[in-house]
Design a protein around this ligand. Structure first.
Ligand code: NAP
Length: 543
Protein backbone atom coordinates (compact mmCIF):
# COMPACT_ATOMS: atom_id res chain seq x y z
CA UNK A 1 0.00 0.00 0.00
CA UNK A 2 1.23 3.50 -0.74
CA UNK A 3 -0.08 6.96 -0.03
CA UNK A 4 -0.42 9.55 -2.73
CA UNK A 5 1.17 12.56 -1.08
CA UNK A 6 0.81 15.04 -3.90
CA UNK A 7 -2.68 15.82 -5.05
CA UNK A 8 -4.81 13.78 -2.69
CA UNK A 9 -2.96 14.00 0.57
CA UNK A 10 -5.42 11.78 2.42
CA UNK A 11 -6.02 9.27 -0.35
CA UNK A 12 -4.51 5.82 -0.24
CA UNK A 13 -3.31 4.63 -3.61
CA UNK A 14 -3.96 1.23 -5.19
CA UNK A 15 -2.95 -0.18 -8.54
CA UNK A 16 -6.52 -1.39 -8.96
CA UNK A 17 -9.82 -0.96 -7.15
CA UNK A 18 -12.43 -3.63 -7.73
CA UNK A 19 -16.00 -2.68 -6.78
CA UNK A 20 -17.94 -5.68 -5.48
CA UNK A 21 -16.95 -8.90 -3.72
CA UNK A 22 -19.20 -11.32 -5.58
CA UNK A 23 -18.20 -14.06 -7.98
CA UNK A 24 -16.48 -11.70 -10.44
CA UNK A 25 -14.86 -9.43 -7.85
CA UNK A 26 -13.30 -12.35 -5.99
CA UNK A 27 -11.97 -13.75 -9.25
CA UNK A 28 -10.55 -10.36 -10.26
CA UNK A 29 -8.86 -9.93 -6.89
CA UNK A 30 -7.23 -13.34 -7.11
CA UNK A 31 -5.91 -12.79 -10.65
CA UNK A 32 -4.78 -9.19 -10.19
CA UNK A 33 -2.90 -10.09 -7.03
CA UNK A 34 -1.26 -12.96 -8.90
CA UNK A 35 -0.11 -10.36 -11.40
CA UNK A 36 1.42 -8.43 -8.53
CA UNK A 37 -1.05 -5.56 -8.47
CA UNK A 38 -1.85 -3.89 -5.18
CA UNK A 39 -5.60 -4.40 -5.36
CA UNK A 40 -8.46 -3.69 -2.97
CA UNK A 41 -12.04 -4.85 -3.31
CA UNK A 42 -14.64 -2.40 -2.00
CA UNK A 43 -17.90 -4.08 -1.05
CA UNK A 44 -20.98 -2.22 0.18
CA UNK A 45 -22.37 -5.23 2.05
CA UNK A 46 -20.97 -6.45 5.33
CA UNK A 47 -19.53 -9.58 3.78
CA UNK A 48 -18.56 -11.19 0.48
CA UNK A 49 -20.71 -13.23 -1.87
CA UNK A 50 -22.71 -10.69 -3.91
CA UNK A 51 -25.84 -12.38 -5.25
CA UNK A 52 -25.33 -15.34 -2.94
CA UNK A 53 -24.88 -13.10 0.08
CA UNK A 54 -28.00 -11.04 -0.54
CA UNK A 55 -30.58 -13.44 -1.95
CA UNK A 56 -31.75 -15.49 1.03
CA UNK A 57 -35.30 -16.24 0.04
CA UNK A 58 -36.43 -19.86 0.51
CA UNK A 59 -35.73 -21.95 -2.59
CA UNK A 60 -32.89 -19.78 -3.89
CA UNK A 61 -30.43 -21.94 -5.80
CA UNK A 62 -28.41 -22.27 -9.00
CA UNK A 63 -29.92 -23.16 -12.24
CA UNK A 64 -26.56 -23.68 -13.90
CA UNK A 65 -24.95 -26.99 -13.02
CA UNK A 66 -22.91 -26.35 -9.87
CA UNK A 67 -19.74 -27.87 -11.31
CA UNK A 68 -19.83 -25.60 -14.38
CA UNK A 69 -20.17 -22.38 -12.41
CA UNK A 70 -17.10 -22.73 -10.18
CA UNK A 71 -13.63 -21.25 -10.70
CA UNK A 72 -11.17 -23.29 -12.73
CA UNK A 73 -7.99 -21.46 -11.76
CA UNK A 74 -6.81 -23.90 -9.11
CA UNK A 75 -6.59 -27.68 -9.56
CA UNK A 76 -6.32 -28.00 -5.81
CA UNK A 77 -9.58 -26.10 -5.35
CA UNK A 78 -11.32 -28.23 -7.95
CA UNK A 79 -10.04 -31.39 -6.30
CA UNK A 80 -11.04 -30.50 -2.76
CA UNK A 81 -14.48 -28.93 -3.24
CA UNK A 82 -17.49 -31.26 -3.26
CA UNK A 83 -20.80 -30.01 -4.60
CA UNK A 84 -23.69 -31.77 -2.91
CA UNK A 85 -26.42 -31.05 -5.47
CA UNK A 86 -26.47 -30.65 -9.24
CA UNK A 87 -28.00 -27.20 -8.67
CA UNK A 88 -26.56 -26.00 -5.39
CA UNK A 89 -28.64 -24.06 -2.89
CA UNK A 90 -27.48 -20.52 -2.25
CA UNK A 91 -25.91 -21.33 1.13
CA UNK A 92 -23.59 -23.84 -0.45
CA UNK A 93 -22.45 -21.39 -3.11
CA UNK A 94 -21.85 -18.77 -0.44
CA UNK A 95 -19.78 -21.28 1.53
CA UNK A 96 -17.82 -22.01 -1.64
CA UNK A 97 -17.01 -18.33 -2.20
CA UNK A 98 -15.96 -17.94 1.43
CA UNK A 99 -13.79 -21.03 1.12
CA UNK A 100 -12.09 -19.55 -1.95
CA UNK A 101 -11.50 -16.22 -0.21
CA UNK A 102 -10.01 -17.93 2.85
CA UNK A 103 -7.96 -20.47 0.96
CA UNK A 104 -6.23 -17.81 -1.13
CA UNK A 105 -6.05 -15.29 1.70
CA UNK A 106 -8.14 -12.75 -0.21
CA UNK A 107 -10.23 -11.44 2.68
CA UNK A 108 -7.54 -9.00 3.98
CA UNK A 109 -7.74 -7.24 0.61
CA UNK A 110 -11.49 -6.72 0.84
CA UNK A 111 -13.07 -3.81 2.64
CA UNK A 112 -16.69 -4.36 3.63
CA UNK A 113 -19.38 -1.79 4.42
CA UNK A 114 -17.68 0.31 1.76
CA UNK A 115 -20.10 1.87 -0.66
CA UNK A 116 -18.55 3.71 -3.59
CA UNK A 117 -20.36 6.99 -4.30
CA UNK A 118 -18.22 8.69 -6.89
CA UNK A 119 -15.26 7.97 -9.14
CA UNK A 120 -13.57 10.94 -10.79
CA UNK A 121 -11.07 10.61 -13.62
CA UNK A 122 -7.88 12.67 -13.43
CA UNK A 123 -6.45 13.23 -16.90
CA UNK A 124 -3.15 14.59 -15.57
CA UNK A 125 -2.20 11.54 -13.56
CA UNK A 126 -4.20 8.90 -15.45
CA UNK A 127 -5.80 7.83 -12.23
CA UNK A 128 -9.26 7.62 -10.75
CA UNK A 129 -10.24 9.18 -7.45
CA UNK A 130 -12.64 6.78 -5.72
CA UNK A 131 -14.85 8.29 -3.03
CA UNK A 132 -16.78 6.22 -0.52
CA UNK A 133 -19.93 7.15 1.38
CA UNK A 134 -17.98 7.05 4.63
CA UNK A 135 -15.58 9.73 3.38
CA UNK A 136 -12.68 7.40 2.55
CA UNK A 137 -10.86 8.26 -0.66
CA UNK A 138 -8.58 6.12 -2.80
CA UNK A 139 -6.67 6.90 -5.93
CA UNK A 140 -6.07 4.13 -8.38
CA UNK A 141 -4.90 3.42 -11.90
CA UNK A 142 -7.81 1.10 -12.72
CA UNK A 143 -11.38 0.99 -11.52
CA UNK A 144 -12.95 -2.40 -12.14
CA UNK A 145 -16.66 -2.55 -11.32
CA UNK A 146 -17.72 -6.12 -10.56
CA UNK A 147 -21.16 -5.15 -9.36
CA UNK A 148 -23.22 -7.92 -10.92
CA UNK A 149 -26.01 -7.69 -13.42
CA UNK A 150 -28.99 -8.24 -11.11
CA UNK A 151 -28.07 -6.34 -7.97
CA UNK A 152 -30.40 -3.34 -7.94
CA UNK A 153 -33.79 -4.55 -6.74
CA UNK A 154 -36.84 -2.72 -8.05
CA UNK A 155 -39.95 -2.11 -5.96
CA UNK A 156 -43.26 -1.52 -7.71
CA UNK A 157 -45.00 1.82 -7.41
CA UNK A 158 -48.19 0.72 -5.69
CA UNK A 159 -50.17 3.26 -3.75
CA UNK A 160 -50.01 2.81 0.00
CA UNK A 161 -47.02 0.46 -0.14
CA UNK A 162 -45.57 1.93 3.07
CA UNK A 163 -48.88 1.72 4.89
CA UNK A 164 -48.80 -2.05 5.33
CA UNK A 165 -48.93 -2.94 9.02
CA UNK A 166 -46.91 -6.16 8.82
CA UNK A 167 -43.42 -6.92 7.51
CA UNK A 168 -42.67 -6.59 3.82
CA UNK A 169 -39.55 -6.80 1.71
CA UNK A 170 -38.09 -7.41 -1.73
CA UNK A 171 -36.79 -10.95 -2.21
CA UNK A 172 -33.25 -9.53 -2.57
CA UNK A 173 -33.58 -8.14 0.96
CA UNK A 174 -35.03 -11.28 2.55
CA UNK A 175 -33.93 -11.00 6.19
CA UNK A 176 -30.81 -12.78 7.37
CA UNK A 177 -32.46 -14.09 10.53
CA UNK A 178 -34.85 -17.08 10.29
CA UNK A 179 -38.49 -16.16 9.64
CA UNK A 180 -41.29 -18.22 11.11
CA UNK A 181 -43.68 -18.63 8.21
CA UNK A 182 -45.73 -21.49 9.60
CA UNK A 183 -49.43 -20.82 9.24
CA UNK A 184 -48.87 -17.22 8.03
CA UNK A 185 -50.91 -15.50 5.32
CA UNK A 186 -48.42 -14.34 2.68
CA UNK A 187 -48.73 -12.29 -0.51
CA UNK A 188 -46.14 -12.64 -3.27
CA UNK A 189 -46.11 -9.99 -6.01
CA UNK A 190 -44.45 -11.18 -9.21
CA UNK A 191 -43.94 -14.48 -11.03
CA UNK A 192 -40.40 -14.26 -12.45
CA UNK A 193 -37.54 -16.73 -11.86
CA UNK A 194 -37.23 -15.65 -8.23
CA UNK A 195 -40.91 -16.07 -7.38
CA UNK A 196 -40.98 -19.40 -9.19
CA UNK A 197 -38.29 -20.71 -6.83
CA UNK A 198 -39.92 -19.12 -3.78
CA UNK A 199 -43.61 -20.02 -4.24
CA UNK A 200 -43.37 -23.83 -3.91
CA UNK A 201 -41.25 -23.42 -0.77
CA UNK A 202 -43.72 -21.00 0.80
CA UNK A 203 -46.65 -23.22 -0.22
CA UNK A 204 -45.23 -26.00 1.96
CA UNK A 205 -45.34 -24.00 5.18
CA UNK A 206 -47.58 -20.97 5.06
CA UNK A 207 -51.27 -20.93 5.96
CA UNK A 208 -52.47 -19.07 2.87
CA UNK A 209 -50.44 -17.93 -0.10
CA UNK A 210 -51.72 -15.29 -2.49
CA UNK A 211 -49.72 -14.96 -5.72
CA UNK A 212 -50.31 -11.74 -7.63
CA UNK A 213 -49.41 -12.36 -11.25
CA UNK A 214 -49.22 -9.86 -14.08
CA UNK A 215 -47.46 -11.81 -16.83
CA UNK A 216 -46.86 -15.55 -16.45
CA UNK A 217 -43.56 -17.03 -17.65
CA UNK A 218 -42.72 -20.26 -19.43
CA UNK A 219 -41.19 -22.28 -16.63
CA UNK A 220 -39.59 -25.72 -16.91
CA UNK A 221 -38.64 -28.40 -14.41
CA UNK A 222 -35.16 -28.10 -12.90
CA UNK A 223 -34.94 -31.80 -11.98
CA UNK A 224 -32.39 -31.15 -9.29
CA UNK A 225 -30.92 -34.04 -7.34
CA UNK A 226 -28.12 -34.79 -4.94
CA UNK A 227 -24.65 -35.55 -6.20
CA UNK A 228 -23.44 -38.82 -4.71
CA UNK A 229 -19.77 -39.10 -3.64
CA UNK A 230 -19.23 -41.46 -6.60
CA UNK A 231 -20.76 -38.93 -9.00
CA UNK A 232 -18.63 -36.13 -7.55
CA UNK A 233 -15.50 -38.27 -8.02
CA UNK A 234 -16.52 -38.82 -11.62
CA UNK A 235 -17.17 -35.09 -12.14
CA UNK A 236 -13.72 -34.29 -10.74
CA UNK A 237 -12.11 -36.76 -13.12
CA UNK A 238 -13.92 -35.06 -16.03
CA UNK A 239 -13.51 -31.39 -15.16
CA UNK A 240 -11.33 -30.73 -18.23
CA UNK A 241 -13.94 -32.31 -20.46
CA UNK A 242 -16.79 -30.39 -18.76
CA UNK A 243 -15.09 -27.01 -19.10
CA UNK A 244 -14.11 -27.79 -22.71
CA UNK A 245 -17.78 -28.52 -23.43
CA UNK A 246 -18.83 -25.22 -21.83
CA UNK A 247 -16.36 -23.41 -24.08
CA UNK A 248 -18.03 -24.55 -27.27
CA UNK A 249 -21.63 -23.77 -26.34
CA UNK A 250 -23.26 -20.36 -26.93
CA UNK A 251 -24.45 -20.08 -23.34
CA UNK A 252 -21.32 -21.41 -21.65
CA UNK A 253 -23.36 -24.29 -20.25
CA UNK A 254 -22.90 -27.99 -20.96
CA UNK A 255 -25.92 -27.83 -23.25
CA UNK A 256 -25.44 -27.27 -26.96
CA UNK A 257 -28.33 -26.37 -29.28
CA UNK A 258 -29.16 -28.75 -32.11
CA UNK A 259 -28.45 -27.18 -35.46
CA UNK A 260 -30.59 -29.61 -37.45
CA UNK A 261 -33.56 -27.64 -38.82
CA UNK A 262 -36.43 -28.69 -36.55
CA UNK A 263 -38.93 -29.33 -39.30
CA UNK A 264 -36.48 -31.64 -41.10
CA UNK A 265 -36.99 -34.05 -38.21
CA UNK A 266 -40.08 -36.30 -38.46
CA UNK A 267 -42.87 -35.25 -36.12
CA UNK A 268 -42.75 -38.37 -33.97
CA UNK A 269 -39.01 -38.03 -33.47
CA UNK A 270 -39.35 -34.32 -32.68
CA UNK A 271 -41.94 -34.93 -30.01
CA UNK A 272 -39.91 -37.78 -28.52
CA UNK A 273 -37.06 -35.28 -28.22
CA UNK A 274 -39.36 -32.68 -26.64
CA UNK A 275 -40.34 -35.26 -24.01
CA UNK A 276 -36.67 -36.03 -23.42
CA UNK A 277 -35.96 -32.32 -22.95
CA UNK A 278 -38.82 -31.88 -20.50
CA UNK A 279 -37.43 -34.76 -18.45
CA UNK A 280 -33.85 -33.39 -18.58
CA UNK A 281 -32.29 -31.28 -15.87
CA UNK A 282 -31.32 -27.64 -15.94
CA UNK A 283 -31.30 -25.41 -18.99
CA UNK A 284 -31.09 -28.26 -21.51
CA UNK A 285 -34.72 -27.59 -22.49
CA UNK A 286 -33.74 -24.03 -23.40
CA UNK A 287 -30.08 -24.19 -24.36
CA UNK A 288 -29.97 -27.73 -25.75
CA UNK A 289 -33.15 -27.53 -27.80
CA UNK A 290 -33.40 -27.09 -31.56
CA UNK A 291 -31.75 -23.80 -32.31
CA UNK A 292 -34.77 -22.89 -34.44
CA UNK A 293 -37.06 -22.47 -31.48
CA UNK A 294 -35.18 -19.33 -30.47
CA UNK A 295 -35.13 -17.91 -34.00
CA UNK A 296 -38.10 -19.13 -35.98
CA UNK A 297 -41.66 -18.32 -34.95
CA UNK A 298 -43.19 -21.47 -36.40
CA UNK A 299 -40.71 -23.70 -34.59
CA UNK A 300 -41.15 -21.68 -31.43
CA UNK A 301 -44.94 -21.97 -31.68
CA UNK A 302 -44.75 -25.75 -31.84
CA UNK A 303 -42.53 -26.13 -28.80
CA UNK A 304 -44.47 -23.48 -26.90
CA UNK A 305 -47.69 -25.43 -27.48
CA UNK A 306 -45.95 -28.56 -26.20
CA UNK A 307 -44.97 -26.80 -22.95
CA UNK A 308 -48.47 -25.32 -22.59
CA UNK A 309 -49.86 -28.85 -22.65
CA UNK A 310 -47.41 -29.88 -19.95
CA UNK A 311 -48.70 -27.05 -17.76
CA UNK A 312 -52.30 -28.17 -18.39
CA UNK A 313 -51.35 -31.71 -17.40
CA UNK A 314 -49.79 -30.53 -14.15
CA UNK A 315 -52.40 -28.03 -12.96
CA UNK A 316 -55.72 -29.56 -11.87
CA UNK A 317 -57.97 -26.55 -12.42
CA UNK A 318 -58.09 -25.72 -16.15
CA UNK A 319 -58.95 -22.08 -15.40
CA UNK A 320 -55.84 -21.73 -13.23
CA UNK A 321 -53.75 -23.52 -15.86
CA UNK A 322 -54.95 -21.04 -18.47
CA UNK A 323 -53.85 -18.14 -16.32
CA UNK A 324 -50.39 -19.71 -15.88
CA UNK A 325 -49.86 -20.06 -19.63
CA UNK A 326 -48.25 -17.01 -21.22
CA UNK A 327 -49.96 -15.62 -24.29
CA UNK A 328 -47.73 -12.63 -25.02
CA UNK A 329 -44.45 -14.43 -25.79
CA UNK A 330 -43.12 -17.83 -26.77
CA UNK A 331 -41.03 -20.29 -24.79
CA UNK A 332 -37.43 -19.22 -24.27
CA UNK A 333 -37.84 -15.63 -25.40
CA UNK A 334 -37.61 -14.44 -21.79
CA UNK A 335 -35.43 -16.01 -19.12
CA UNK A 336 -36.82 -19.51 -18.49
CA UNK A 337 -37.49 -19.85 -14.75
CA UNK A 338 -36.44 -23.31 -13.61
CA UNK A 339 -38.92 -24.79 -11.19
CA UNK A 340 -39.42 -27.57 -8.71
CA UNK A 341 -43.12 -28.43 -8.34
CA UNK A 342 -44.09 -24.82 -9.12
CA UNK A 343 -47.20 -25.76 -11.07
CA UNK A 344 -48.23 -28.40 -8.52
CA UNK A 345 -48.22 -25.70 -5.83
CA UNK A 346 -51.36 -24.28 -7.45
CA UNK A 347 -53.14 -27.58 -6.81
CA UNK A 348 -52.91 -26.95 -3.08
CA UNK A 349 -56.02 -25.49 -1.46
CA UNK A 350 -53.94 -22.87 0.39
CA UNK A 351 -52.39 -21.39 -2.80
CA UNK A 352 -54.37 -18.76 -4.69
CA UNK A 353 -53.45 -17.22 -8.03
CA UNK A 354 -54.69 -13.69 -8.58
CA UNK A 355 -54.41 -12.44 -12.13
CA UNK A 356 -53.99 -8.71 -11.73
CA UNK A 357 -54.95 -8.14 -15.33
CA UNK A 358 -58.48 -9.20 -14.34
CA UNK A 359 -58.47 -7.61 -10.89
CA UNK A 360 -55.72 -4.97 -10.69
CA UNK A 361 -54.01 -4.16 -7.42
CA UNK A 362 -55.48 -0.83 -6.37
CA UNK A 363 -53.39 -0.21 -3.31
CA UNK A 364 -51.69 -1.74 -0.33
CA UNK A 365 -53.64 -1.16 2.87
CA UNK A 366 -52.52 -1.71 6.49
CA UNK A 367 -54.04 -5.21 6.51
CA UNK A 368 -53.04 -6.43 3.07
CA UNK A 369 -53.45 -6.02 -0.68
CA UNK A 370 -56.56 -4.45 -2.11
CA UNK A 371 -57.55 -5.33 -5.66
CA UNK A 372 -60.47 -4.10 -7.73
CA UNK A 373 -62.40 -7.06 -6.33
CA UNK A 374 -61.44 -7.56 -2.70
CA UNK A 375 -58.85 -7.02 0.03
CA UNK A 376 -56.52 -9.95 0.67
CA UNK A 377 -55.63 -9.79 4.34
CA UNK A 378 -52.07 -10.99 4.90
CA UNK A 379 -49.30 -11.06 7.53
CA UNK A 380 -46.39 -10.58 5.12
CA UNK A 381 -45.92 -9.09 1.64
CA UNK A 382 -43.01 -10.27 -0.50
CA UNK A 383 -42.09 -8.28 -3.58
CA UNK A 384 -40.46 -10.56 -6.16
CA UNK A 385 -40.48 -7.71 -8.64
CA UNK A 386 -37.03 -8.08 -10.14
CA UNK A 387 -34.13 -5.79 -10.83
CA UNK A 388 -32.92 -2.79 -12.75
CA UNK A 389 -30.77 -5.23 -14.67
CA UNK A 390 -27.32 -4.70 -16.21
CA UNK A 391 -26.96 -0.97 -15.60
CA UNK A 392 -28.94 -0.33 -12.38
CA UNK A 393 -26.04 -0.69 -9.95
CA UNK A 394 -23.54 1.13 -12.16
CA UNK A 395 -26.04 3.98 -12.46
CA UNK A 396 -25.96 4.46 -8.70
CA UNK A 397 -22.29 5.43 -8.79
CA UNK A 398 -21.28 8.81 -10.19
CA UNK A 399 -18.56 7.94 -12.70
CA UNK A 400 -17.14 11.26 -13.92
CA UNK A 401 -14.92 10.64 -16.92
CA UNK A 402 -13.07 12.91 -19.34
CA UNK A 403 -14.21 16.53 -18.92
CA UNK A 404 -16.53 15.49 -16.09
CA UNK A 405 -18.97 13.59 -18.32
CA UNK A 406 -21.19 11.19 -16.38
CA UNK A 407 -21.44 7.56 -17.39
CA UNK A 408 -25.08 7.49 -16.33
CA UNK A 409 -25.86 10.32 -18.78
CA UNK A 410 -23.82 8.75 -21.57
CA UNK A 411 -25.85 5.56 -21.14
CA UNK A 412 -29.25 7.09 -20.46
CA UNK A 413 -30.79 6.07 -23.79
CA UNK A 414 -28.82 2.85 -23.99
CA UNK A 415 -25.36 1.71 -22.91
CA UNK A 416 -22.59 2.22 -25.43
CA UNK A 417 -19.49 0.13 -24.92
CA UNK A 418 -16.63 -1.50 -26.70
CA UNK A 419 -16.83 -5.24 -26.02
CA UNK A 420 -18.95 -4.53 -22.96
CA UNK A 421 -15.72 -3.71 -21.16
CA UNK A 422 -15.10 -0.02 -21.69
CA UNK A 423 -16.95 3.10 -22.71
CA UNK A 424 -15.63 6.08 -24.67
CA UNK A 425 -14.73 8.95 -22.36
CA UNK A 426 -14.10 6.70 -19.35
CA UNK A 427 -10.45 5.63 -19.54
CA UNK A 428 -9.15 2.86 -17.30
CA UNK A 429 -12.71 2.01 -16.22
CA UNK A 430 -13.05 -1.67 -17.06
CA UNK A 431 -16.41 -3.24 -16.28
CA UNK A 432 -16.64 -6.97 -15.60
CA UNK A 433 -19.85 -8.55 -16.92
CA UNK A 434 -21.06 -5.14 -17.96
CA UNK A 435 -23.81 -4.34 -20.44
CA UNK A 436 -23.05 -5.66 -23.95
CA UNK A 437 -20.32 -7.97 -22.68
CA UNK A 438 -20.24 -11.63 -23.56
CA UNK A 439 -19.92 -12.65 -19.96
CA UNK A 440 -23.04 -11.09 -18.43
CA UNK A 441 -25.37 -13.21 -20.50
CA UNK A 442 -23.81 -16.64 -20.27
CA UNK A 443 -23.17 -19.13 -17.50
CA UNK A 444 -21.85 -16.45 -15.19
CA UNK A 445 -18.99 -18.44 -13.73
CA UNK A 446 -17.56 -19.32 -17.11
CA UNK A 447 -18.06 -15.89 -18.66
CA UNK A 448 -16.63 -14.01 -15.73
CA UNK A 449 -13.49 -16.09 -15.37
CA UNK A 450 -12.66 -15.72 -19.05
CA UNK A 451 -13.22 -11.98 -18.92
CA UNK A 452 -11.09 -11.58 -15.83
CA UNK A 453 -8.29 -13.53 -17.56
CA UNK A 454 -8.55 -11.24 -20.57
CA UNK A 455 -8.56 -8.07 -18.48
CA UNK A 456 -5.62 -9.29 -16.39
CA UNK A 457 -3.64 -9.99 -19.56
CA UNK A 458 -4.54 -6.52 -20.84
CA UNK A 459 -3.28 -4.86 -17.67
CA UNK A 460 -0.07 -6.95 -17.82
CA UNK A 461 0.42 -5.84 -21.43
CA UNK A 462 -0.08 -2.19 -20.47
CA UNK A 463 2.39 -2.49 -17.64
CA UNK A 464 4.97 -4.20 -19.85
CA UNK A 465 4.61 -1.53 -22.54
CA UNK A 466 4.58 1.44 -20.19
CA UNK A 467 0.98 2.38 -20.95
CA UNK A 468 -1.04 4.12 -18.26
CA UNK A 469 -4.24 4.91 -20.10
CA UNK A 470 -6.72 2.88 -22.13
CA UNK A 471 -9.91 4.03 -23.79
CA UNK A 472 -11.90 2.65 -26.71
CA UNK A 473 -11.76 4.27 -30.13
CA UNK A 474 -15.05 5.90 -31.12
CA UNK A 475 -15.37 3.84 -34.29
CA UNK A 476 -14.68 0.56 -32.50
CA UNK A 477 -17.35 1.36 -29.94
CA UNK A 478 -19.85 2.33 -32.61
CA UNK A 479 -19.18 -0.91 -34.49
CA UNK A 480 -19.58 -2.98 -31.35
CA UNK A 481 -22.88 -1.35 -30.42
CA UNK A 482 -24.15 -2.01 -33.94
CA UNK A 483 -22.99 -5.63 -33.79
CA UNK A 484 -24.76 -6.09 -30.43
CA UNK A 485 -27.95 -4.64 -31.95
CA UNK A 486 -27.64 -6.92 -35.01
CA UNK A 487 -27.47 -9.97 -32.77
CA UNK A 488 -30.83 -8.98 -31.24
CA UNK A 489 -32.38 -9.08 -34.70
CA UNK A 490 -31.47 -12.76 -35.10
CA UNK A 491 -33.41 -13.94 -32.08
CA UNK A 492 -37.09 -13.88 -31.19
CA UNK A 493 -36.20 -12.56 -27.75
CA UNK A 494 -35.28 -9.24 -29.37
CA UNK A 495 -38.97 -8.37 -29.60
CA UNK A 496 -40.08 -9.35 -26.10
CA UNK A 497 -40.19 -7.19 -22.99
CA UNK A 498 -37.79 -8.56 -20.38
CA UNK A 499 -34.49 -7.59 -18.84
CA UNK A 500 -32.80 -9.17 -21.87
CA UNK A 501 -34.14 -6.34 -24.01
CA UNK A 502 -33.50 -3.68 -21.43
CA UNK A 503 -37.09 -2.46 -21.28
CA UNK A 504 -38.36 -4.81 -18.62
CA UNK A 505 -41.96 -4.23 -17.60
CA UNK A 506 -40.93 -3.91 -13.93
CA UNK A 507 -39.48 -0.45 -14.64
CA UNK A 508 -41.94 2.25 -15.53
CA UNK A 509 -41.01 4.60 -18.33
CA UNK A 510 -38.56 2.23 -20.07
CA UNK A 511 -40.27 1.78 -23.36
CA UNK A 512 -37.60 1.10 -25.96
CA UNK A 513 -35.24 -1.81 -26.57
CA UNK A 514 -31.90 -1.07 -24.96
CA UNK A 515 -29.17 -3.30 -26.31
CA UNK A 516 -27.94 -4.40 -22.92
CA UNK A 517 -26.88 -8.00 -23.44
CA UNK A 518 -24.66 -9.66 -26.00
CA UNK A 519 -26.63 -12.36 -27.78
CA UNK A 520 -23.82 -13.50 -30.06
CA UNK A 521 -22.78 -16.35 -27.78
CA UNK A 522 -19.63 -17.09 -25.85
CA UNK A 523 -17.55 -18.60 -28.71
CA UNK A 524 -18.18 -15.60 -30.97
CA UNK A 525 -17.32 -13.22 -28.15
CA UNK A 526 -14.14 -15.15 -27.35
CA UNK A 527 -13.11 -15.08 -31.01
CA UNK A 528 -13.55 -11.32 -31.07
CA UNK A 529 -11.52 -10.87 -27.88
CA UNK A 530 -8.76 -13.06 -29.30
CA UNK A 531 -8.65 -11.10 -32.55
CA UNK A 532 -8.45 -7.82 -30.64
CA UNK A 533 -5.37 -9.07 -28.79
CA UNK A 534 -3.75 -10.52 -31.92
CA UNK A 535 -4.12 -7.12 -33.57
CA UNK A 536 -2.37 -5.35 -30.68
CA UNK A 537 -5.53 -4.46 -28.76
CA UNK A 538 -7.31 -3.20 -31.84
CA UNK A 539 -10.04 -0.69 -31.14
CA UNK A 540 -8.39 0.62 -27.99
CA UNK A 541 -6.31 3.78 -27.69
CA UNK A 542 -3.35 2.99 -25.45
CA UNK A 543 -1.01 5.68 -24.23
P1 NAP B 1 -38.18 -10.66 -13.05
O1 NAP B 1 -37.94 -11.83 -13.91
O2 NAP B 1 -37.98 -9.32 -13.62
O3 NAP B 1 -39.66 -10.82 -12.52
C1 NAP B 1 -40.29 -9.79 -11.81
C2 NAP B 1 -41.72 -10.16 -11.63
O4 NAP B 1 -42.38 -9.13 -10.91
C3 NAP B 1 -42.46 -10.31 -12.94
O5 NAP B 1 -43.36 -11.37 -12.84
C4 NAP B 1 -43.16 -8.97 -13.08
O6 NAP B 1 -44.32 -9.01 -13.87
C5 NAP B 1 -43.51 -8.70 -11.66
N1 NAP B 1 -43.75 -7.29 -11.41
C6 NAP B 1 -42.86 -6.28 -11.50
N2 NAP B 1 -43.44 -5.12 -11.20
C7 NAP B 1 -44.73 -5.39 -10.92
C8 NAP B 1 -45.85 -4.61 -10.56
N3 NAP B 1 -45.75 -3.29 -10.45
N4 NAP B 1 -47.02 -5.24 -10.36
C9 NAP B 1 -47.11 -6.56 -10.49
N5 NAP B 1 -46.11 -7.36 -10.85
C10 NAP B 1 -44.92 -6.78 -11.06
O7 NAP B 1 -37.32 -10.73 -11.71
P2 NAP B 1 -36.78 -12.02 -10.93
O8 NAP B 1 -37.82 -13.05 -10.83
O9 NAP B 1 -36.16 -11.53 -9.68
O10 NAP B 1 -35.67 -12.59 -11.88
C11 NAP B 1 -34.69 -11.72 -12.43
C12 NAP B 1 -33.53 -12.52 -12.96
O11 NAP B 1 -32.77 -13.00 -11.85
C13 NAP B 1 -33.92 -13.78 -13.69
O12 NAP B 1 -34.29 -13.52 -15.02
C14 NAP B 1 -32.64 -14.57 -13.60
O13 NAP B 1 -31.72 -14.19 -14.56
C15 NAP B 1 -32.14 -14.19 -12.22
N6 NAP B 1 -32.47 -15.26 -11.27
C16 NAP B 1 -31.65 -16.35 -11.28
C17 NAP B 1 -31.91 -17.40 -10.47
C18 NAP B 1 -30.97 -18.57 -10.51
O14 NAP B 1 -30.02 -18.61 -11.18
N7 NAP B 1 -31.20 -19.55 -9.80
C19 NAP B 1 -33.01 -17.37 -9.63
C20 NAP B 1 -33.82 -16.24 -9.62
C21 NAP B 1 -33.54 -15.18 -10.46
P3 NAP B 1 -44.21 -8.61 -15.43
O15 NAP B 1 -43.46 -9.72 -16.08
O16 NAP B 1 -45.58 -8.44 -15.86
O17 NAP B 1 -43.43 -7.32 -15.45
Amino acid sequence: MSTDSTEHSTAEHRDAIVIGAGLSGICALYKLRELGLDTTVLEAAEDLGGTWFHNRYPGCRFDSESYTYCYTFSDELLAEWNWTEHFAPRGETLRYLNHVADKFDLRPHMRFGSRVDRCVWDEDTHTWRVELTDGTVYTTRYVIPAVGVLSSPVMPTIEGIDSFGGPWWHTYNWPHEPIDLAGKRVAVIGTGATAVQLIPELAKVVGELYVFQRRPNWCAPLHNREITPEEMADIKSRYDEIFAQCRITPGGFIHNPLRTPMFDVPEEERYAFFEELYASSGFRIWQGNYRDILMDEKANDEFTAFVANKIRERVNDPAVADKLIPTDHGFGTRRVPMETRYYEAYNQPNVHLIDINDTPIERVVPTGVQTAEQTYEVDLIVYATGFDAMTGTLDKIDFLGVDGAKLRDAWSYEPATYLGLQSLGFPNLIVLAGPQSGSGFTNFGRGVEETVDWVTALIAYMRDHGHTRIEPEAQAQEDWVRHVADMYDLLLLGKVRSWFTGFNSNIEGRDHVRHVVYNGGAPRYRKKLTEVVEQGYAGFQLS
